[in-house]
Each structure stands twice: as C-alpha cells, then as structure tokens.
Write a protein that binds this ligand. Structure first.
Ligand code: SF4
Ligand code: SF4
Length: 310
C-alpha cells in the first residue's frame, strides 16, 4: 500500500493560539484562497519553495557551485541574484548554505513521522488540556493526509482541532467529523463580490459548508481576520454576527453555541513576502487599533453571541 504523505511547511510546537491548552499545530502547504493580507504567504502555493534572505548571505558562492539550473548567480558587478524562474526547488543550494540565507519551505512528510512529532509533546497536552491542530494553508487541499492524521491522533486519545477556510468540497469536511473535536473556520465577508475581491474566490461554497457544519453538534468557532478596508466596520462585523446568531438559533440543543473570534490584521509578514519574491499587497495597511477592535467586539456582542478578540 502506498504511504500516506503530506506537504507540510511548519510544525509549531507549544502553540497557544490554535485551540485550547498547549498544542502542536501542523501547517499544510497550499491554499485555494489568495487573501492579499495573508500572514502565512509561505503556505499559499502547493509546492516547495526557496526563501532567500539576502541580508544573511555571506557571499561564499557555494550555492552557485551546486545549483544544477544556474539559478543562483553572482553577476559581473558582484551583486547576488536568485533566479526564481530557473529554480526547480530541488533544495540542493539550501543544504550548502550554512549562513541560512536560503531556506526550503515545504517538505513532503509521511503520516507516521508527523504523528511521532505530534506525540512527542503528549505530556504537555495532558497537563494543559491541549492537543493537535491542523492548519495551513488549507488542510482540506490535502484531504487524505488530513483525514489520516486526525484519525491517527484520535486513536492516540488526543484532542484534535482543524483551522480551515472551508473552501473545499463538503465531503472532505464531513469525512473528518468523527475525528475532529473542534472546528475553527475563517469567515472574511458575507458579501460575495467583496469576498472575491479580497480573497480571489467566491464565498458561496464557504458559507454553504459553514451552514452544514453548524447543523452538526461539533464545537465551532468562526474567526474573522479584521482587515482595514475589507471588513473593519461595525456594520460588516455586525452582519457576520447576525449570520452566526442565525446559525445558533437553528443549532440542536446538544450542540454548544457557535462563538466568534475577531483577529486584528497585523503587518508581521513583510520579510516572508520579500524572501519568497512575492508582492506584499498589505504593506501599507495600518492595523486596527485596540479601541477599534473593542468597538467591533461590542457591535458583534449585541446579539448575545460569545465574541472574543486578541
Ligand atoms: S550559500 Fe548562502 S551564504 Fe553562500 S552565497 Fe549562497 S546564499 Fe549566500
Ligand atoms: S533549489 Fe535547486 S534549482 Fe533552485 S536555486 Fe537551489 S539548487 Fe538551484
């Protein structure tokens, strides 16, 4: 039988923001959305990529010697150039770059090795009420690996959580319902056109999947990245709160109420964008102030849903 593998770009141990307690968060690479403010740009593309940090380069020239594509270059004027078009993402240059100016992001890993890494912190999960969270990118872009890892973690008795955009076939989400203890689903905007402008995709499938998920009894938190000019008005956040309120009214008596979490946009991803040769379209945005976040929380709380913010 072929091994189950996934393309993972980070395994974050001792994570405190991806569900209850101390957790290990496994970030899967590749996302169907392209939110222009994304703070994990290294998770967008479903293939390995080389990050280049010019400030760390010591000019040793080792990468140029080993690159089979001629993509690592020193030009006649002495300047250093990494040609991303030529690069085949083989990772050979990364192995010889002891200055860590080059880094390969995205590694194909087996289910077994990922599970072992997750289990290493079992003692911390048990004392803190934590567990494992699958995030991304979008976990359901790799449905076989996601399902297998969640199921394996449940067999080990771990608390399991998923962070998802819900931009995927419902069947992928439905398949992991029995092995997922907590769902955290992003919601960016209720207006279809504004959603498409901000993320590159329609919100139709996302909202439909959220409605279906809400009809189950699984614990669910909807998370809104609050982004200036996208969804940062009391009216827009209030509309999302109304949507959540409507879902709660239709939820069965055994299901815990759906909560809402507002996450302020931050500008910490600039170096990641530069290292990947990507345009940081949110570089000029000003993060929402604490006062603005408080007023948005107040607007969302009018409907007696539980609203939190960071
Ligand atoms: S191997 Fe690393 S430090 Fe050396 S020239 Fe290449 S990028 Fe710079
Ligand atoms: S990843 Fe491979 S192809 Fe790309 S620059 Fe490095 S050695 Fe060359």
């Amino acid at each position: 039988m072929p091994q189950i593998t996934g393309l993972v770009f980070n395994v974050q141990r001792f994570s405190l923001h991806d569900g209850p307690g101390i957790r290990t968060t496994v970030f899967l690479k590749g996302c169907p959305l392209h939110c222009f403010w994304c703070h994990n740009p290294e998770g967008l593309h479903p293939w390995p990529e080389v990050q280049f940090f010019p400030g760390r380069c010591v000019g040793c020239g080792e990468c140029e010697k080993v690159c089979p594509q001629g993509a690592q270059q020193f030009l006649a004027d002495g300047s250093r150039f990494y040609d991303r078009v030529r690069c085949a993402q083989c990772g050979t240059c990364v192995e010889v770059c002891y200055a860590e100016s080059l880094r390969l992001v995205g590694k194909r890993v087996t289910l077994e090795e990922t599970l072992l890494e997750v289990l290493a912190d079992r003692a911390f999960y048990e004392t803190s009420g934590g567990g494992v969270t699958l995030s991304g990118g979008e976990p359901f872009l790799q449905p076989v690996f996601t399902r297998a890892l969640l199921a394996a973690c449940k067999v080990e008795g771990l608390h399991t959580a998923v962070e998802t955009s819900a931009c995927c076939p419902w069947e992928a989400m439905e398949a992991v319902l029995p092995v997922t203890d907590l769902w955290m689903v992003d919601i960016k905007h209720l207006d279809a056109e504004k959603h498409r402008q901000a993320t590159g995709v329609s919100n139709r499938q996302i909202l439909e999947n959220i409605r279906r998920l809400a009809e189950t009894d699984r614990p669910l938190t909807l998370r809104v990245p609050v982004v200036p000019g996208v969804n940062d008005t009391p009216a827009e956040i209030g509309a999302i709160a109304e949507f959540v309120h409507g879902l709660n009214l239709r939820r069965g008596p055994a299901a815990p109420p759906i909560s809402l979490e507002l996450l302020p946009f931050h500008r910490l991803a600039g170096e990641k964008y530069r290292s990947l040769g990507m345009d940081d379209a949110a570089a000029e945005l000003t993060p929402p102030s604490a006062e603005q976040m408080a007023s948005l929380v107040a607007a969302a709380s009018l409907l007696s849903i539980r609203v939190t913010s960071r």
